[in-house]
Design a protein around this ligand. Sequence first.
Ligand code: BES
Ligand code: MN
Ligand code: ZN
Length: 487
Amino acid sequence: MDIVTTSGDYLTYDTPLLVYSMWQDEATSDHITTLFEAEDWSGEFKTTLLIYPRGTLTTRRLLLIGLGQRAELTPDRLCEVAATAAQKAQELKVAKYSFYVKPDSTLSTVVYAQAIAEGSILGLYSFLAHKTDLTTLNQHAIRTLTILASQTDEQLERGVRIGESIARGVTLARDLVNGPGNHITPAKLGETAHELEQAFNLDVTVMGLDELRAQGFGGILAVGQGSSQPPRFIVMEHGATLKDAPTICLVGKGITFDTGGISIKPAENMDAMKSDMGGAAAVFGTMRAISTLKLPLHVVGLVSAAENMPSSTAYKPGDIITTLSGKTVEVLNTDAEGRIVLADALFYAQRYNPDAIIDLATLTGAVVVALGHHAMGMMSNSDDLVQRLTQAGDLTGERVWRMPLWDEYKKLMDSDVADVKNTGGRPGGALSAAGFLSHFVGDYPWTHLDIAGVAMTDQPVKAYQQKGATGAGVRLLVEALHTWTTT
Ligand code: BES
Ligand code: MN
Ligand code: ZN
């Protein structure tokens, strides 16, 4: 779907479908309010009313959509409104439709246009890569969304491009997470990085077995050794030539399928473990978005990609491995593999002397028990980073919730026979996992985001989400990085 902006009068604009948003209980003398009975529809948030104006307006169909209370409008809520409108447009099978931008918004033009573009694209997302008959779907696909304003300006256009860039980043992340383990392998993630290099001007390095062995990526190699799909370590760099720009490392867990390995998981719901590269997907999506937005920052995306399988070559409970940092890890449970592949990536990040390291990982079932599906667990050694991410979370609706990173949790990971062990018992499982990771970040400002509860959903709560992958992390990170360029 293309998104264009144009100026015009909504009363005389010729379109198959015009979307017109209204505040709750809005009292205007507007022509549109004469087309329906106020007691039938009040403009409550996300509710719609379809009207056939039959000549009193030029548009063939008029879709009223509620913005809710004026004081409650946020970019995230406007995203939902846009997504709802887009889905109605799709039901109506129109090839194109228009969204009218009212001049009395409480949001700035850029933010407003961004939310409309972002919400519309995300609301229409579906994962069709493995459907073989797309004829009817293609026949009724929406080709164009026109954002109509009484006066267009550069701000409106800029907002649309930002929203589009972010949404394409999110849909990339969703495609990768929805993609099954037999298609999305570590090698495929490497290829995806090279595709981004071609299209978006990133500097990409993909390391395979030989390189990982030569450099001593003992964590990634151990986790990947049970699979016939060899592991990869992926580096994607944006803005490397920018002098004086802050350097931020984004690190993603890329377990393309997590069987648990020798400490094998139960069969029930194991299919969901195709999403165990959700952290990596968020890094890919973010890199795509920030490169199209040309953010004046040095951002390094690092992804540890491996498949965790049980086999005669697999790593075993009791094994002791030497990670890239030189620190040794006693493996007590091969299902606690994410922290092991992250150990190498987090240590690798230190070579950039970064201003911040942020890792994203579907790391523990414990965080799902603690927070459910509505927030990421956040552990950090930096109050500044926590503040940035919390703010970005509130704005985008991708909420984060800080949990403690105390020395006691780090201590839980002491091993009798190696430097650390990879499990610290069930109590506080998400916290001891973060304690483990903290052994590998040095003194750098660092935040760990455990996204196990939010990478996938069975019951979408936002209009711009569907069942399956959410693309969680992309909107959050892009927002945080975007404000970094100004503060
Ligand atoms: N990938 C899983 C965590 C997970 C669970 C993600 C549920 C999404 C939904 C991770 O590798 C794992 O298996 N963690 C173990 C750690 C334990 C063995 C210490 C867990 O949480 O049970
Ligand atoms: Mn696991
Ligand atoms: Zn895992």
